[in-house]
Design a binder for this molecule. Structure first.
Ligand code: SF4
Ligand code: SF4
Length: 438
C-alpha cells in the first residue's frame, strides 16, 4: 500500500522539483563519497565520532530526496542510488535540524571538494523549501517578519534611525568642534549612497559616526537614504529567493531614486554578498550604479591621500577574521589586509586564513537560532583555538554577524580579546586636517 504523505511534505517535494537548477543537479549528482570534505567542517572537528555532522552525510539528506523525485536514476533504481522520500511533518522537522542547526552555509567544504559539490547552495535551497511550508527556527521567522514588515532585520523604526543619525551628527560636530560635519540624508545626485546594517543603529551607532567622519574628511559627496538603508538580507539565510529579491530591490530603489552613482555598504559579509552578488539575480534587476564594500572605499581614500592616518595610534596586536561571505563567496581577501597594514602597527595573520578560514560559527543566521546555541558554541572551539594561537588582543572582522559570533565565543571560551571592525581602526588612526585659524 502506498504511504500517505502530509500536506507540507507534498508541498516541499513540489517545491524541490521547481527549485533545482541545472547547476544544483550537477552538484547533487557529482559526489563520489571520497570524504575529503569531512575534516573541513567545524562541526565535524568538534563532534568527533558523530557522522551526522559530516558534510556528505548532510548533503545526502537532500540528495536522497532529489534522487527520489527529480533524477531519473532514482525512479528506475531507487534502492541502488539511495533514493528516499519524505512523508511526515516529523521528518521535515528532522531535516530542519540538519539544514539550519548543523550547517552555517560557510562553504568551506565546497571549496575543498575535488568534484565541485557545493553543499551550501543546496542546503540553502532546502531551507527555502522548509520555510515555504512554515518549518523554520522561531528566530528565523521573527527576523524575516521584521525585515519584511518594518523594512529592516532588527525592527528599527524610521524615526529611531533618523534620530540616531542626528545624534551621531551632533556627537561628531562636538568631537571635532566643527559644525560643518554633516550626515546628509536623501541628498540627490551624490557620488556615494551609504547603507548600513541595522545592528549599527540598535547596538553600535559609533560605527555610523566613524564612517561619517571618514567621508567628511575625504571630502566625499555622500548621503544616507531615509528608506531602503538596510543592506542586510535575511533571504540569504532563509533560502527564499523572492524575499531576498524584494529586500535587495528596496536598496537598489533608494539609490536609483536619489540618482546616486555608487552604493557603498558598511562592513557586513552577508549583506555585501546578498546586495552585490546575489540580489541582482534574485530581484531580476539591471543595476546601473556601482556597488562596493566600505573596506574598499576606505582603502582608496588612504591610497589617494584623501584622508591621512597615523598607524601608531593602533599599537595593540591585531589579527583578522575573514568573513565567509566576504572572503570565500565574494573574493574580498587582500583589501582588508592592505588596510590593516596601513592603520595598525602589529597585524598578524591567523591560520588558516582567507578562503581556508573557519566560520565565526555565527554565520548562516545561526545567531538568531537560540535552540542550536549549545552546538554552535561547541563548534566554536576551532575558532577559539585559532584566535588564541595568534596572541592578538584584537580580532578585526568586516562583518557585523561575525562580530556577534566572535564576541559570543570569546566570552564562552574566556579569551582575552576584543572584537573590532576596520572602520573602528581607520577612525582611530584618522588625522583630522588642521583648521585654519579663525
Ligand atoms: S569532497 Fe566532494 S565528492 Fe568527496 S565526499 Fe565531500 S562532497 Fe562528496
Ligand atoms: S558549509 Fe560549512 S558548516 Fe556547512 S557542512 Fe560545509 S563546512 Fe560545514
Amino acid at each position: 500500500m502506498a504511504k500517505t504523505r502530509s500536506y507540507k511534505a507534498q508541498k516541499v517535494i513540489e517545491g524541490l522539483r521547481r527549485k533545482v537548477t541545472r547547476q544544483m543537479m550537477l552538484s547533487l549528482s557529482a559526489c563520489v563519497h571520497c570524504g575529503l570534505c569531512t575534516d573541513q567542517c567545524h562541526y565535524v572537528l568538534t563532534n568527533p565520532g558523530d557522522p551526522t555532522y559530516a558534510p556528505a552525510y548532510k548533503a545526502d539528506r537532500i540528495r536522497k530526496l532529489f534522487k527520489a523525485h527529480v533524477d531519473w536514476t532514482g525512479r528506475v533504481f531507487p534502492w541502488w542510488v539511495g533514493a528516499r522520500s519524505l512523508y511526515t511533518d516529523q521528518e521535515l522537522e528532522e531535516l530542519k535540524d540538519v539544514v539550519f542547526g548543523k550547517c552555517t552555509n560557510c562553504r568551506r567544504c565546497s571549496f575543498n571538494c575535488p568534484m565541485g559539490v557545493d553543499l551550501a547552495t543546496f542546503n540553502r535551497m532546502a531551507r527555502g523549501l522548509l520555510v515555504s511550508v512554515g518549518i523554520m527556527p522561531e528566530g528565523v521567522a521573527l527576523v524575516t517578519k521584521d525585515q519584511w514588515e518594518v523594512g529592516n532585520q532588527m525592527g528599527v523604526l524610521q524615526e529611531e534611525y533618523l534620530e540616531t543619525l542626528a545624534w551621531m551628527e551632533e556627537e561628531l560636530q562636538s568631537e571635532y568642534n566643527d559644525p560643518s560635519i554633516k550626515i546628509p540624508i536623501d541628498k540627490m545626485d551624490c557620488e556615494i549612497v551609504y547603507t548600513i546594517n541595522p545592528r549599527e543603529v540598535k547596538y553600535d551607532p559609533r560605527t555610523i559616526a566613524e564612517a561619517a567622519a571618514i567621508f567628511h574628511f575625504a571630502g566625499e559627496n555622500w548621503t544616507m537614504p531615509s528608506l531602503g538603508w538596510d543592506m542586510t538580507n535575511f533571504g540569504l539565510f532563509n533560502g527564499d529567493d523572492e524575499f531576498g529579491g524584494a529586500v535587495a530591490r528596496r536598496v537598489y530603489d533608494a539609490v536609483e531614486e536619489l540618482r546616486g552613482k555608487k552604493l557603498v555598504m558598511s562592513e557586513c559579509g552577508h549583506g555585501y554578498r546578498s546586495t552585490r552578488c546575489e540580489g541582482p539575480n534574485w530581484s531580476r534587476s539591471d543595476i546601473h550604479f556601482e556597488m562596493e564594500s566600505s573596506v574598499i572605499t576606505m582603502l582608496r581614500y588612504i591610497q589617494q591621500g584623501r584622508i591621512k592616518v597615523d598607524k601608531t595610534r593602533n599599537t595593540q596586536a591585531v589579527t583578522f577574521h575573514d568573513s565567509c561571505n566576504n572572503a570565500r563567496s565574494c573574493g574580498l581577501f587582500e583589501e582588508p589586509r592592505e588596510l590593516l597594514n596601513l592603520v595598525c602597527t602589529d597585524f598578524r595573520e591567523m591560520y588558516p586564513n582567507r578562503a581556508e578560514n573557519y566560520c565565526c560559527t555565527g554565520g548562516g543566521g545561526a545567531m538568531s537560532m537560540a535552540e542550536y546555541t549549545p552546538q554552535r558554541l561547541r563548534s566554536a572551539k576551532v575558532k577559539a583555538e585559532q584566535l588564541k594561537a595568534t596572541g592578538a588582543k584584537i580580532v578585526v572582522t568586516s562583518c557585523h554577524n561575525c562580530v556577534d559570533g566572535l564576541f559570543d565565543l570569546i566570552r564562552h571560551y574566556k579569551l582575552d580579546m576584543q572584537v573590532k571592525q576596520l572602520v573602528n581602526l581607520v577612525a582611530s588612526a584618522l588625522v583630522a586636517p588642521e583648521k585654519p585659524p579663525s
